[in-house]
Structures are given as structure tokens and as C-alpha cells.
Design a protein around this ligand. Structure first.
Ligand SMILES: Nc1ncnc2c1ncn2[C@@H]1O[C@H](COP(=O)(O)OP(=O)(O)OP(=O)(O)O)[C@@H](O)[C@H]1O
Ligand SMILES: [Mg+2]
Length: 311
């Protein structure tokens, strides 16, 4: 079932097209990934979906309803974890959650109960009496997530929740995302870390320069570069002319070398090992190792844009 539908969405800031005609849908119960480098338009997309920003063009539907017709009703269904931490440093963890709870209209025992539950989910139960200014970066992120969960949203929208935090907090957040999803929460997860998106997401939209350049499951995305598998051959030393000899092989698309490594990009799924080894056999050198690169989202991005996901 489609929970959220984004249709030909566009957002321009003066002459910058932050989001340039994107379309995708998020199904109930999935973890939907928005993967893209800095400036791809991820946060702008998130801000529009969460009704905080008006689009220049296009529409967003939640359960079939235009979200801008009744933003208040939509906000009740959504929990938003913004990229910038939204907490009061001089207040304790508990007081911060109380503040956010009040904004959502939660009061009294119900609020207390919810604060307890969300603090437990993010693993901050014993830190609620500490002032947020004494929290680590990771703890602040986790409190931010707790705040977004207070009103029991149907969908959780997270904007790069693991940037700049310690590995332990990062793992905790990734576990929390999986755990929430297991219990039925739909999640939109924004990141420029492809490993996280690969690990978490049911379907992934790769964004670049305001556009969705690819969309699908990890397997579907990796299939885009199926015909461009890479083989890395490490030599004791690279014999002269070998690069030229390898280039002649029918299945070889491209030959690169770096130090003692030759990197072959293959045209089809075919590895042509026999041909490759034949060419090497005729030389004085020997192969120390053969490494077939596992196709990754990083490689998909590189293939589609000619640039690395991370600069
Ligand atoms: N309020 C604004 N005014 C002008 N330009 C903006 C504004 N917000 C975003 N932009 C521009 O729009 C583009 C997309 O920005 P956005 O923050 O959505 O990207 P992002 O994918 O979230 O990047 P990051 O990974 O750095 O968070 C960028 O070029 C950015 O400079
Ligand atoms: Mg952003």
C-alpha cells in the first residue's frame, strides 16, 4: 500500500533548483532510502514532505490526500528527525522531551509514559536527568529521535541521523531504525553513507543535483552496472605491454592500472578468466591475487554520474 506519494516535485531558491522534478512513492512498512551527496536536495525534499516548506511545483500525497490541504493532520502522522539538532542545551533530557510532548498536545501521565517509552527505545533512560549540553553528539541525536517518536507517528522521517557521531551511537541508531521498522513503522532514511542505506533500506532512491537518478531495491540498482564488473589483478610487477594485450580481449571494456594493480572493467557478466590468464602466462610476471569487486551503490553512483558519492 502506498503511504506517501511525491509527484513531479520541484523547489527553486531564486536561481538554484534544489529539487528538480522528482517522483517516488513510499510503501507502508518499508524503509525507504534517500541516498545522495551534499547538495543533492535531500533535506529540501524532506522539508517539503514534512510540510515545513512549500514546493515551487508538484504535489505530495499522504494516504491519497494532498498534504498541503490539511498540514496539521499530516504532521500528527509524521515524526521528523531534522538534520540540525533541535534541542535546548540548558534543559535536561527529560525537560526537552516534555517540551516536545507538550507541542504535540501530550500531557500528564500519558506524556510521562511516552517519555519513558521513547527514552527506552533510544537507550537514554538513565540520562534523562542530565542537561543536554553535557550529552555527546550521538546522545543528542538519539534524544532528537526520541522527540520525533513521542506522538506515535505512522511514519518516521530521518535526515542524516548519523552524521558526525561516535560508532557506538551510530550502531545504536541503526539498530533502533531496524527495530522500529520490525514493529511496523514506515521510515524514510536520508543519508550520504551508502553502507547505511544498503544495510537498512527496502528501496532506495539515489539523488543527485535535485533529481532522482535511480530508484529501486539494492539488487535492482546494482543490476544497472551488472555489465560493468570490475576485476582487480595484483602483480609482483606489471610486465610491459600487458595492459595493451588485455585491452584486446573482447569482453574487456576498460583497463586501468595503479602501482602493481591492474583494474579491468568487463563489458558483460562474463569474466573471461581464460583469456586474461592466457595473456599473463606469456609474461615473466605472476599474479599475487585476483579480486572481483562486489558491485555496490557507490559503484552505481560512479557509473551514473562519473563522480564518487563521497568527495
Ligand atoms: N533556503 C535555501 N536557500 C537557497 N538555497 C538553498 C536553500 N536550501 C537549500 N538550498 C540549496 O539547494 C541545494 C540542495 O540543498 P539540500 O540541503 O536540500 O541538499 P542535501 O542533499 O540535504 O545536502 P546535505 O547532504 O549537504 O545535507 C543546495 O545547492 C543548497 O545550497
Ligand atoms: Mg541535507
Amino acid at each position: 500500500m502506498t503511504l506517501l506519494k511525491v509527484e513531479n516535485l520541484k523547489k527553486s531558491f531564486k536561481d538554484v533548483n534544489a529539487v528538480n522534478d522528482i517522483t517516488f512513492q513510499v510503501n507502508k512498512g518499508e524503509i525507504f532510502g534517500l541516498l545522495g551527496p551534499n547538495g543533492a536536495g535531500k533535506s529540501t525534499t524532506i522539508s517539503i514532505i514534512s510540510t515545513l516548506l512549500n514546493p515551487t511545483k508538484g504535489k505530495v500525497f499522504y494516504r491519497g490526500e494532498d498534504i498541503f490541504k490539511n498540514p496539521k493532520a499530516i504532521q500528527e502522522k509524521m515524526g521528523v528527525v531534522p538534520q540540525e539538532i533541535a534541542l535546548y542545551p540548558t534543559l535536561k533530557g527529560y525537560e526537552n522531551l516534555k517540551f516536545w510532548g507538550n507541542l504535540y498536545g501530550l500531557k500528564g501521565n500519558n506524556l510521562k509514559k511516552r517519555i519513558d517509552e521513547v527514552a527506552d527505545i533510544v537507550g537514554l533512560k538513565d540520562k534523562l536527568k542530565t542537561k543536554v549540553e553535557n550529552y555527546s553528539g550521538g546522545m543528542k541525536r538519539r534524544l532528537n529521535i526520541a522527540a520525533a517518536l513521542l506522538h506515535e507517528p505512522e511514519i518516521l522521517i530521518m535526515d542524516e541521523p548519523t552524521v558526525g557521531i561516535d560508532p557506538q551511537s551510530r550502531n545504536h541508531i541503526l539498530d533502533t531504525v531496524l527495530e522500529l521498522n520490525k514493529k511496523g513503522m514506515t521510515i524514510i532514511y536520508t543519508s550520504h553513507y551508502m553502507e547505511e542505506v544498503e544495510l537498512l533500506c527496502t528501496r532506495i532512491s539515489i539523488m543527485d543535483k535535485g533529481q532522482v537518478i535511480a530508484l529501486g531495491t539494492k539488487d535492482e540498482l546494482v543490476n544497472i552496472i551488472k555489465g560493468h564488473k570490475k576485476i582487480e589483478l595484483t602483480f609482483d610487477n606489471i610486465p610491459p605491454n600487458l595492459l595493451d594485450k588485455l585491452k584486446i580481449i573482447e569482453e574487456v571494456e576498460e583497463v586501468d592500472s595503479k602501482d602493481n594493480i591492474i583494474i579491468l572493467t568487463m563489458k558483460n557478466g562474463d569474466m573471461a578468466f581464460k583469456d586474461i590468464l592466457d595473456k599473463v602466462m606469456g609474461t615473466e610476471s605472476s599474479i599475487l591475487s585476483i579480486d572481483i569487486k562486489k558491485p555496490s551503490l557507490e559503484a552505481v553512483f560512479l557509473h551514473l554520474t562519473g563522480r564518487a558519492l563521497r568527495d
